[in-house]
Design a protein around this ligand. Structure first.
Ligand SMILES: [Zn+2]
Length: 139
């Protein structure tokens, strides 16, 4: 069986009401473990500009990479809608240029995708609502 192009998985993603908070990102097709799901899309901006834009925002759709950042605030789709979980089903691999998302486990169609945000501009001050048994309690 030929390996599926990740774009097929990415294009099938849907945005909907999340059980965790607000809107979330959902698998539109079955995603096998370790498969690439897609990449974070956004406006390419400098790191200083990214911090300026993030200041005081509760919801930030900005990913910082090595030398630049991606701002997905005006993007109506994609990983800006992925919610944090302390027990996520995807992981983020950052290269100097990109933030790529991969499946940690087999993910059934219709499942909400989650990622461990790691370090955020909230610095552990935002209460986590992921509901995982291993929840760290804050983001
Ligand atoms: Zn949590």
């Amino acid at each position: 069986m030929p390996k599926r192009d990740w774009r097929e998985i990415y294009e099938a993603l849907t945005v909907g009401r999340s059980a965790i908070t607000g809107l979330g990102l959902f698998a539109g097709t079955r995603i096998p473990a370790r498969a690439k799901i897609g990449e974070f899309e956004g406006e390419v901006i400098g790191l200083r500009e990214a911090r300026r834009r993030a200041r005081g925002q509760r919801i930030v759709a900005i990913v910082e990479l090595e030398r630049h950042a991606l701002d997905a605030t005006d993007t109506g789709r994609g990983f800006r809608f992925i919610n944090h979980s302390c027990a996520p089903n995807t992981f983020i691999r950052c290269t100097p240029e990109r933030a790529e998302f991969y499946a940690l486990t087999d993910i059934a169609k219709g499942t909400e995708l989650t990622a461990d945000y790691g370090e955020t501009q909230h610095n552990g001050k935002l209460r986590c609502r992921c509901g995982a048994a291993t929840c760290r309690g804050a983001i």
